[in-house]
Design a protein around this ligand. Structure first.
Ligand code: IMP
Ligand code: MG
Length: 364
């Protein structure tokens, strides 16, 4: 029996939802979540791939047959022919969404698979303008209109997608509300679901260095806003890097990179610049104490720590542990140390995987 009122997600009563796996960021975004999502999609079968938070401020890099694609709001299911859903806690600018759909369609992907909640809040031209004039300068935002839209959402003066379309119509190339907006009677979230996180733990509105945060709930618990109970969550895959990076303003993030040539080399060799804004990222050594906190609170069962190849190329191996800098002679020594500490301190963690290339993860 279809539930006709309430969430609007159109869940069939009973146990139509199978298992839910979640990919989340454990740092400040840019932890190679796209690679993990893509790898999981190659290896496991999912019925839906969903985005639960954020908007076009994200930048997810996916390699398909060694060709690089970047998405901002559309979940990666569309690359693999899997229905992809943008949930009600996302912020959407219709022109940006249309542009991304056009890009995917032009590359031969089936954009008919994309569904979007009628309850997403719409980012208007005014929101983008306010973001560019105020938040971009003061807080280093991406300028995509997220904070002003969130201000309206929580002030209950925002505009949700279906109301916006009814009032304003649409003038888009590929985005067709009749086809893409989630329909109560036709669409239902069912089967196994992969939830694709955006941003990261230390950008979360509650856990980050407020107000230098984003306006979303980035922790995995919040994926339940898509329309299923927390008991359905099976695996939580946390994405991390073997060094830390931060794009945008954050007084809590060390700015040693300005004077430290080793950190500069990591940034150069690791190509640490934003895929959404092109800005260069501040780089610092991995803060293991913070990582333990983000893994523990997120409830990760697996973590993938990427970019070990970059440290290997630079040839310097350091991290912060017990709030002090510790140096290792080799990458192997550093990886062993990380593994030992994480196994000791993170109860729910079943698997730690190190990854040394931008395209795949071995051992998931
Ligand atoms: P906003 O999300 O555009 O409001 O930006 C708020 C803060 O989050 C800024 O410091 C941004 O640089 C940062 N941020 C937002 N999205 C991402 C992301 O996908 N990766 C890395 N940083 C991000
Ligand atoms: Mg990114």
């Amino acid at each position: 029996m279809t539930v006709m009122s309430g969430s609007g997600v159109g869940i069939v009563k009973g146990s139509s939802i199978g298992s839910v796996d979640v990919v989340c960021g454990l740092a400040w975004g840019d932890e190679a979540k796209g690679k993990i999502v893509s790898d999981l999609l190659c290896k496991k079968k999912y019925d839906w791939v969903c985005r639960w938070s954020g908007g076009s401020n994200a930048g997810h890099t996916i390699y398909i047959n060694s060709k690089k694609y970047t998405t901002h709001i559309i979940p990666a299911g569309v690359f693999y022919g899997i229905p992809s859903y943008i949930g009600p806690d996302c912020y959407v600018n219709i022109e940006d969404l249309d542009e991304e759909m056009s890009y995917l369609k032009a590359h031969g992907f089936n954009t008919d698979l994309i569904k979007i909640s009628p309850k997403c809040h719409v980012i208007t031209y005014g929101h983008k303008l306010e973001d560019a004039l105020k938040y971009k300068k003061q807080q280093g935002s991406t300028g995509k209109g997220i904070a002003p839209c969130a201000k309206d959402k929580f002030g209950r003066t925002g505009i949700i997608l279906d109301k916006y379309i009814i009032d304003n119509g649409f003038n888009t190339n590929v985005f067709n509300p009749l086809k893409h907006i989630w329909c109560h009677e036709k669409d239902k979230l069912a089967g196994d679901i992969l939830c694709e996180g955006a941003q990261g733990f230390w950008l979360d509105i509650n856990y980050g260095c407020y107000p230098y945060v984003t306006s979303s709930f980035t922790l995995p618990y919040s994926c339940c806003s898509l329309g299923f109970p927390p008991q359905k969550i099976r695996h939580i895959y946390g994405a991390a890097k073997i060094y830390d990076t931060r794009v945008g303003i954050d007084p809590s993030f060390p700015n040693d990179m300005d004077t430290d040539t080793t950190l500069q080399s990591i940034g150069d060799i690791g190509e640490e610049f934003g895929s959404t804004t092109g800005r260069s990222r501040q780089v610092y050594w991995l803060h293991l104490d913070k990582l333990i906190e983000s893994i523990t609170i997120s409830g990760c069962t697996h973590i993938v720590m990427s970019k070990t190849d970059i440290l290997e190329k630079v040839g310097v191996f350091k991290l912060v542990t017990d709030y002090e800098l510790k140096e290792f002679l080799t990458l192997i020594e550093m990886k062993d140390y990380i593994t030992t500490i994480l196994k000791q301190k993170c109860d729910l963690l079943q698997k730690i995987i190190f990854s040394d290339n931008p395209e795949t993860v071995e051992g998931l």
